[in-house]
Each structure stands twice: as C-alpha cells, then as structure tokens.
Design a protein around this ligand. Structure first.
Ligand code: AHM
Ligand code: MG
Length: 351
C-alpha cells in the first residue's frame, strides 16, 4: 500500500482485493466521505452560523419518528447524507434514524440509469447530537447491505433487516478534536484523518485493532439500577483490574476511544425496557461489524449481536461492544446471573 494516502486512493486500491469488484462500493464510500466533509464544516462552525439548538417547524420542536426532539444539526446532517446518497447510482434505498421509512432511490426516473441500485444504506446521520450545543464530539454511523429483492422494484423492508454479519461495509465519522472517518469492507478496519487545509481524508490509522490491554469502560451509571446486577458485578471487576471510566454521551466517540485504548461500551436493556435505547440498524450493527473486524466482540444480553436479525427498521437493542476479553468476562457473568434481563419477545430471530 506504499504511496496510498487519501481516502479515495485507498478505497480504490482496496477494491483490487475483491475479485470481480466493479468499483460501485468504492464510489459509494467516497460519496460518504464527501457528505462527511459537508457535515464536518457545519459542525465546526455551528456556534457561529446559528445552527445550535433544537430544530423548529411551524414554531414547534421537530421530532423524529421515535418522538425524540431533533437538533438543527440532526436535520442538516440527515438532509446532507440522504441528498448525497440519493445521487449515488448504486444506492437503491436509504433508511435513517431521523426518517420514518425507506427512502427509495429510483435512478431510471431521472434518466440516470436502470432502476434501483443494489446497495441499501442504514445511517445515523448525527449520533450523540445532544453534545453539539456543549461542543463535545458527535458522529455519523453507517452500514451498507446488498439488497435481496429485484433491482427493478423499490426496495422492501426485508432488504434492510439483515444480520450485521451480512454487512458489505460499515463505518463511522467522528467529529472530534480532529475529524476521522473509520470504515471496514470486511478486510480489517482503517482510519482516516481529515486535513481541513487540504480538504481531504488521509490514512492515519491503518489496520486498527483493539490493543491487548483493557483500560476503559463506558457506561451511563444512571441506567444501572433497573438492569441485570451482573453488569454492576462486571464493572466492580473492571475497577478491580485497574480499568477507568470514560463516557461522553456519544457512542461513536466512546467506541473510537475504546478501540484505540482498549475498552468496552455498555448500554444495557432494563426490566422495564428490555430492548434498551440504541438502534439496531443505525448504531449497533455497524459498530458490531467494525468491532469484530478489529478483533473485538459485541453482545446484547443473550446473543452475539452479529447473528441477530432485526425485526423492524427502528428496532432498539441492548449493546455491549468492544474488547473481546471484556465481552467474554461480561458474558460469563451474565450467564451466571440470578436476574437476567428478559429477551424482548418477537423482536428478532436467530439465523
Ligand atoms: P442519539 O442517536 O439520539 O444521539 O442517541 C444515541 C446516544 C449515543 O450516542 C449515546 O451513547 C447514548 O445515546 C447516550 O444515552 P444516555 O444519555 O441515555 O446515556
Ligand atoms: Mg445515534
């Protein structure tokens, strides 16, 4: 890979590793990089350009399909990513945390190609957006599946309801002290840092892997009183081992730190809400794919999350992701738990 530097060069060079690759996925990944640059510019100047705070429509706070209030930047990021993705000829459908249903992309209608593209994109356009107003890191998370239904028809929900083990590619953008794009197409994980003076992402973190050490655990401890006591037991064990707590409120930032320093992120289900908070398609599945590619693992109280088939587009899931040894210890403690969290009924089936 000597001489390969920019995201675009790297993506295209990697394409050669896949026999019969057409370049379609490469185009899609570089388009995601373009949208990330646009969102990055807004995130960086949010305090100056009047786009902090909640988004209002007709004087009322806008809410997404899940009833959560939307920040102005949530709306801008959603708009930008969907606009860029819709222009990508190989995208046939998009689902976003901010939108109720499938956004169909029909290229023939615009005389741009034949029918619908073969890639299905799942996206959380601005993860951790409550951090924006206080100038703390936020992110974008994406996952790309190959559609199953015929290309001549609009995509169907089942095209998106696939287990994370079927992802063709996944990644995230972290808008932090510097902006990074991290992605995998299944042959390891690579990270790129944005150089704002040149306007390009450059390969800065090749072949990312969780380190040997387990250093950090990330959890909102206000969520622990109504969940499996095995989690508190696990956290006590983490402290005993000299691990330290770090939690930003932005999953991307916590996942990224734990990938680099060695750690585990936990967002459990509770007895009153066994499905937890995080979204399966937009958050959990892409990160589970990346964790595995980086030598880590992902669990969701009862299963390896990679094997779980989501039941609906906006399905939520408990999420434990990060260092493989930490996940293994947590699993053992959960297996021995006297009060496990019940599995949400009818929410998913295993393959
Ligand atoms: P969002 O996609 O609406 O921003 O919600 C997801 C975020 C994660 O980034 C973060 O880890 C978690 O929600 C924080 O939730 P809590 O405030 O309950 O700790
Ligand atoms: Mg999110």
């Amino acid at each position: 890979m000597i001489g390969v530097n920019t995201l675009q060069e790297f993506v295209v060079a990697r394409q050669a590793d896949f026999a019969g690759a057409t370049g379609d996925l490469s185009r899609l990944l570089t388009d995601i990089g373009t949208a990330a640059k646009m969102v990055n510019r807004h995130v960086n100047s949010a305090g100056l350009s009047g786009i902090l705070g909640v988004h209002k429509a007709n004087g009322n706070t806008s809410r997404n399909v899940q009833g959560e209030s939307q920040q102005k930047l949530d709306v801008y990021a959603d708009d930008t990513f969907t606009r860029v993705l819709k222009s990508c000829l190989k995208v046939g459908g998009i689902v976003s945390e901010e939108q109720p249903g499938i956004i169909h992309v029909d290229h023939s209608a615009r005389g741009q190609g034949r029918g619908y593209g073969k890639y299905m994109v799942c996206i959380d356009p601005l993860d951790g957006s409550s951090n924006v107003d206080v100038n703390i890191s936020v992110g974008t998370i994406f996952g790309i599946y190959r559609r199953k239904s015929p290309l001549t028809e609009p995509a169907v929900v089942e095209d998106f309801l696939q287990p994370a083990s079927e992802l063709v590619a996944a990644g995230y953008v972290l808008y932090g002290s510097s902006t990074m794009l991290v992605y995998s197409t299944g042959g390891g994980v690579n990270g790129f840092t944005f150089d704002p003076s040149i306007g390009e992402f450059f390969l800065s973190h090749p072949a990312m892997q969780f380190p040997k050490e387990e250093r950090v655990y990330s959890v909102n401890d206000a969520r622990l009183s109504d969940t499996d006591p095995a989690i508190s037991e696990f956290l006590a064990d983490c402290r005993q081992r000299g691990m330290t707590a770090r939690y930003t409120g932005a999953l991307v930032a916590d996942f990224h730190r734990n990938l680099i320093q060695g750690g585990i992120y936990l967002y459990p289900g509770s007895y009153s809400k066994p499905e937890g908070k995080l979204r399966m398609l937009y958050e959990a599945q892409p990160l589970a794919f990346l964790a595995e590619q980086a030598g880590g693992a992902t669990w969701c109280h009862h299963h390896n999350l990679l094997d779980v088939v989501p039941g609906s587009l906006h399905q939520r899931t408990p999420l434990f992701t990060g260092h493989a040894d930490s996940i293994a210890r947590l699993k053992n403690m959960m297996h021995a738990s006297a009060r496990p969290i019940p599995e949400p009924e009818g929410m998913w089936v295993l393959r």
